[in-house]
Design a protein around this ligand. Structure first.
Ligand SMILES: *Cc1c(COP(=O)(O)O)cnc(C)c1O
Length: 412
């Protein structure tokens, strides 16, 4: 994994250069596009600070990144910033997910939800187009700890839901449950399976054992394809992983999603969908005639500034800087876990993730409220509360939390 860190001056040059290659609504006689720069009463383009603010300048220039730019010619009006999005997709696929020199397709989606649904959509149509599958023969398989975008996507796409159980202490997917649920689905006429693997769940930071699980599926000889939900873990886990299981070197994986707007702290609207070449055409909307290059994405119009924001953060740190940042967060998480161990408090943590999920018995409601700990469910009594060790979670806040926890434990 390697990408270079750029200076602010270099990024400024690249971004302003790309904006210059885009259509400027002020320079050209634009009569046909139903779009313009942002409203000038509110977003005046001659604000003096803009010349040092490439992201805000891009936001105000308002390039539309509709469509997919890794595949076909797209709208020439915004070809400058499309290039930055293309570089971003390649950086993620080749460097974060070990894609080497291969090329990939992808785009900046509205979030992890959309990227996951795009992943399911591509695979659903793949089974229909390539395997003559009927809609009712395709199911979506995911664990009970998976994100709610899975049932949401299944509902939208008319996929049968196959939910498998996890062990409640280790959060590992249970083999018996996989075998049972798949066999039940087969009896219901399911012949093709879209399998979601979590490269970290939202609540526990648990990472599904993809090698073990795909081995079970291979033994069953079922027809399946894997999409990885890296919305939460995508900017964390690959930077400390010790093997290639969650990379494009693993032939089982078709596509990934990852969210810039979680760990990377980019603005909302920065989900990323990545897929091996030769598949995204299954999400082509042939009727998207007014879009140059047609549309292979779920979303339609979207802001080009989002791609620039993610690219800028990745380029500011470089791969080494980002890896060091993640390692520091994991160290801070280790220290909190040590403190919980000393107090014999039960929790779940994947050592490669920054989520610590504490059993509900140890946490009072008032403590949870004071520190905004998130319960696994807002209905009934919480079985678990999670702490996410982000940048704003300073050692001082952790210490205060532990002191409060101690005084509660004493009075118990
Ligand atoms: C946050 C998250 C999502 C959904 O992402 P949005 O950006 O909120 O749409 C999907 N999967 C996981 C594991 C997540 O943590």
């Amino acid at each position: 994994m390697y990408w270079e860190s750029y200076s602010h001056a270099k990024m400024k040059k690249i971004i302003f250069g790309s904006l210059k290659e885009n259509l400027d609504y002020r320079d050209k006689p634009v009569l046909g596009l139903p779009a313009s720069y942002l409203d000038t009463e509110v977003f005046y383009h001659d604000a003096p600070f803009l010349k040092d603010a490439p992201y805000l300048s891009a936001l105000i220039a308002n390039p539309n990144h509709i469509g997919c730019h890794t595949l076909t010619d797209s709208e020439a009006a915004f070809k400058g910033t499309h290039k930055i999005e293309r570089e971003l997709i390649e950086l993620c696929a080749q460097q974060i997910f070990g894609g080497g020199n291969d090329h990939f397709d992808g785009y900046v989606a509205s979030g992890g939800t959309e990227a996951n649904i795009q992943g399911m959509w591509v695979l659903k149509n793949y089974f229909i187009n390539e395997c003559n599958a009927k809609d009712e023969e395709i199911a979506l398989v995911y664990s009970e700890d998976a994100h709610y975008s899975m049932p949401k996507g299944a509902s939208l796409l008319g996929l049968k839901k196959v939910t498998v159980s996890v062990d409640h202490d280790t959060r590992r997917i249970l083999k018996e449950s996989v075998l049972d649920e798949i066999s039940k689905a087969q009896k219901d006429g399911i012949k093709h399976f879209i399998v979601i693997m979590n490269m970290s769940t939202t609540m526990f930071g648990s990472v599904d054992d993809i090698k073990e699980i795909t081995h079970w599926l291979d033994v069953l000889k079922i027809d399946y394809r894997v999409h990885v939900d890296g919305a939460y873990g995508g900017y964390i886990y690959p930077f400390v992983a010790e093997n290639d299981d969650y990379t494009f070197k693993n032939e089982k994986i078709v596509s990934f999603s990852l969210d810039g707007h979680k760990m990377l702290q980019s603005p909302y609207g920065t989900g990323i969908y990545l897929v091996r070449k030769g598949l995204i055409h299954h999400a082509l909307t042939e009727e998207a005639n007014y879009v140059k290059g047609k549309d292979y994405t779920l979303i339609g119009s979207r802001s080009g500034a989002n791609a620039i924001a993610v690219w800028m953060i990745m380029r500011t740190y470089g791969s080494e800087g980002w890896t060091n940042k993640i390692k520091a967060l994991l160290k801070k998480s280790d220290r909190l876990c040590d403190a919980l161990d000393e107090r014999e408090i039960e929790y779940f943590r994947n050592p490669k993730m920054n989520i610590i999920t504490i059993k509900g018995d140890y946490i009072s409601q008032s403590l949870a409220q004071k520190y905004l700990l998130v319960p696994e469910s807002h209905d009934g009594v919480a079985k678990w509360y999670k702490i996410v060790v982000m940048e704003h979670v300073t050692q001082g806040v952790i210490d205060r939390f532990l002191m409060d926890l101690d005084s509660e434990l004493e009075t118990k």
